[in-house]
Design a protein around this ligand. Structure first.
Ligand code: SAH
Length: 453
């Protein structure tokens, strides 16, 4: 299995490309752990779709039916569609998006189980609570901010995007507007001059906390205190501002060094009643509304009684396990990324959870070790990256013989493949529920319940 090395999907970098004599790096959105979602991310990293005047007004009035435009992107509701093209379904009415995605997932999964209707969003716009803008300037030196056109280093300037949180877009616009008066130059990759490279905004939707990350090439930020003061004056809702230094030609947006310029340097969010710490680099789902729906669906499917030993495989920062922990006797989480495991332990502590243990290991190796030592578990939650799980993981699952497996997948293709392997190993898919985590893109997230036959 070529994709068995999941690490590849952890790093969301595109290969750099050569332009002229200078090596250019094509940036992806952030330093996330989870690249469960190359379709997801490839579309979303390139999130664009600003609402132009007429469309924005129509949206405010709740008129989202773009039937006449449907898939006629020449007349896209997003003026940047042609340059960005990230949201393949931006001009498809929402109910039709869901029907199309449903048909696709049904085709792949119906050999194994029935597929319930898609759980969509009531308000599918502006769901992204993590927003990145790359900063550059035009020929006259005027600052611009936007996104990279997919696979290139060209910046598509945008003011607002239909997928992004509007407050985040407003903060980015304010920062752009402040640069001239503070004499802060945007970084120029061709000659290495300038300071500001990127701005990343993260919002805890359920706490209202907002983090602004200013990514610069140097730790020296001129008039730092006044800049912070002016930014906070314009947006008092900002709860922390972090200076992140990235002086490397790298595909990562965030560098290793960072220090708070204001506030604690992180935010909290609440999901399904549990509190999670979000640092600039932490992985946390970008659609908080559907994140709750997804986790609740997964946990409800397991019909927990309270006496189970549950595994949370590919646990990231421990979200599913922590949310499930009050409903079971014990949770064991396993995750490959050691920073995520650190965050998971911290999140367990914040929530005073003492029946959960996280292990930093490859999930397949961990399952094989558990199987070899004769352990038994009752319920397994598995939420692998886009490439899916491995046959060896599933063979060990058979030995561990849980009564229920809840498989959360961001790729119906690898899910269908794994359901086939699970079936051969004695697990029957009982039901599948797709949850729309990424409206306007083709990405499909599905939760499947399997029982031991
Ligand atoms: N369940 C979490 C994260 C899911 S994303 C959530 O909902 O937030 C998939 C996770 O799998 C990522 O955190 C990634 O680091 C992890 N991962 C990737 N390959 C892995 C492997 N071989 N073993 C264990 N974890 C892995």
């Amino acid at each position: 299995m070529a994709e068995k090395k999941f690490g590849g999907s952890n790093k969301k970098s595109l290969p750099g490309r050569e332009t002229g004599n200078r090596k250019k790096t094509v940036f992806k959105k952030d330093n996330e752990i989870k690249e469960k979602t190359s379709a997801k991310r490839s579309s979303l990293d390139r999130k664009s779709a600003p609402a132009n005047g007429r469309m924005a007004k129509a949206l405010r009035q709740g008129k989202t039916d773009t039937r006449r435009n449907d898939e006629v992107h020449a007349a896209s509701r997003c003026p940047y569609f042609k340059k960005c093209g990230a949201c393949q379904m931006i001009d498809t009415p929402y109910d039709k998006q869901l029907r199309q995605k449903h048909a696709h997932v049904k085709e792949l999964l119906e050999p194994y189980t029935k597929v319930a209707s898609f759980v969509g969003m009531e308000e599918p716009e502006h769901y992204r609570c993590k927003v990145h803008a790359v900063f550059t300037h035009d020929k006259k030196g005027n600052p611009l901010s936007g996104i990279y056109r997919e696979g290139t280093h060209e910046v598509v300037p945008i003011d607002s995007c239909l997928l992004e949180d509007q407050k985040a877009d407003a903060i980015i616009a304010t920062i752009r507007g402040m640069l001239k008066s503070f004499k802060i130059k945007t970084y120029d990759e061709d000659n290495g001059f300038g300071l500001l490279r990127h701005v990343l905004i993260r919002i805890g939707k359920n706490t209202g906390e907002i983090m602004v990350v200013l990514v610069t090439v140097s730790p020296i930020f001129p008039s730092k205190n006044n800049f912070v003061k002016a930014l906070r004056q314009a947006h008092p809702e900002i709860t922390t501002i972090v200076l992140n230094v990235n002086d490397k030609q790298t595909s990562m947006i965030l560098g290793d060094k960072e220090k708070p310029m204001y506030g604690p340097g992180f935010i909290y969010d609440i999901c399904c009643g549990m509190k999670f710490k979000i640092s600039p680099k932490s992985f946390y789902q970008v659609n908080p509304v559907q994140q709750e729906v997804l986790y609740n669906t997964a946990i409800e499917m397991a019909e927990l009684k309270g006496d189970e030993v549950a595994l949370d495989c590919y646990c990231g920062v421990g979200t599913i396990g922590i949310i499930a922990s009050p409903h079971v006797k014990e949770v064991i989480g396993v995750e490959l990324n050691k920073d995520a495991v650190k965050d998971a332990n911290l999140n367990a502590k914040i929530n005073n959870i003492d029946n959960i243990t996280f292990y930093n290991n490859d999930a397949t190796v961990f399952m094989q070790q558990m199987a070899a030592s004769g352990d038994k578990v009752d319920v397994v939650f598995m939420d692998p990256p886009r490439a899916g799980s491995t046959p060896e993981f599933i063979e060990s699952l058979k030995i561990l013989s849980p009564k229920k497996v809840v498989y959360i997948s961001c790729s119906p293709d690898s899910l269908a493949r794994d359901l086939g392997i699970l079936k051969k190993n004695g697990f029957k898919a009982e039901k599948a529920i797709p949850v729309d985590m990424f409206p306007f893109t083709r990405s499909i997230e599905t939760v499947v319940l399997l029982t031991r036959t």
